[in-house]
Design a binder for this molecule. Structure first.
Ligand SMILES: [Zn+2]
Ligand SMILES: [Zn+2]
Length: 242
């Protein structure tokens, strides 16, 4: 499985919002700015047929209306399956209503884009082409319905934390995956996000490679001096093979 880091920053960082593209057709989160960034990097946006929305914070879903419009207005073929928490379609509709108050046929645009919203919950497993997704609910401050997941493609497994504090779900994700992509917003973890301290503890416990993402400038700079072979401080545009 090929994972490209489209964005590795948190909302305060100059990097793009945290987002990954897997095997050119599976997108993990779609925050503000991601659709144009994908095109600028030479990806065919209409080739994305699977979108995972980990939770309903703007840096993870605000570009979904633009992905839908792109597909509809450029005649994309096939469908776009969006695996997402309960309430995502309503939130996307609301963003569209605020952004384009004069557009009253968004239902037609969604239909034209071939969009299918599929609700996720804790421990649900979904079959996808060549493998599966298993969603695991994580803790992210007061945000309800926030998910990490493990993607299995041809027997190789990558774990994603989404936005998460250090909690038992993260141990599940890391222990059951070959590599993990984890939220490292801070140097020291808190109740909304993990820190470098949590990440190094997870590496110590499970001895598995971790790719840190969703970083602030401070957490990125600090982790670059960590000198741990199993920790990669990712950069926008970085590609890994799992
Ligand atoms: Zn969040
Ligand atoms: Zn976030």
């Amino acid at each position: 499985m090929k994972i490209e880091f489209i964005g590795t920053g948190n909302i305060t960082a100059p990097e793009n919002n945290a987002c990954c593209l897997i095997d050119e057709h599976i997108l993990v989160d779609c925050g503000n700015g991601i659709v144009k960034t994908l095109a600028q990097k030479g990806h065919v946006v209409n080739d994305i047929d699977t979108l995972i929305i980990t939770h309903l914070h703007g840096d993870h879903f605000l570009d979904v209306p633009f992905l839908i419009m792109q597909r509809c207005f450029t005649g994309a073929s096939g469908s776009l399956r969006i695996y997402c928490p309960d309430g995502t379609e309503e939130a996307v509709d609301e963003v569209m209503r605020i952004a384009y108050d004069d557009v009253d046929d968004f239902d037609e645009i969604k239909k034209g884009a071939g969009v299918d919203f599929i609700e996720i919950w804790d421990d649900v497993e979904c079959e996808i082409e060549g493998g599966s997704l298993r969603f695991i609910e994580v803790e992210h401050g007061d945000c309800d319905d926030c998910y990490g997941f493990i993607i299995d493609i041809n027997g190789r497994r990558a774990g994603f934390s989404g936005d998460s504090a250090y909690c038992s779900s993260i141990g599940k994700i890391v222990s059951q995956s070959d590599i993990s992509v984890l939220d490292m917003s801070f140097t020291q973890g808190g109740r909304q996000h993990m820190g470098e301290d949590n990440i190094l503890h997870l590496i110590d416990t499970y001895h598995k490679p971790v790719y840190a993402t969703h970083m602030s400038t401070t957490s990125r700079k600090h982790a670059q001096t960590a000198d741990n072979d199993l920790l990669t401080v990712t950069k926008d545009g970085q590609i890994i093979e799992v």
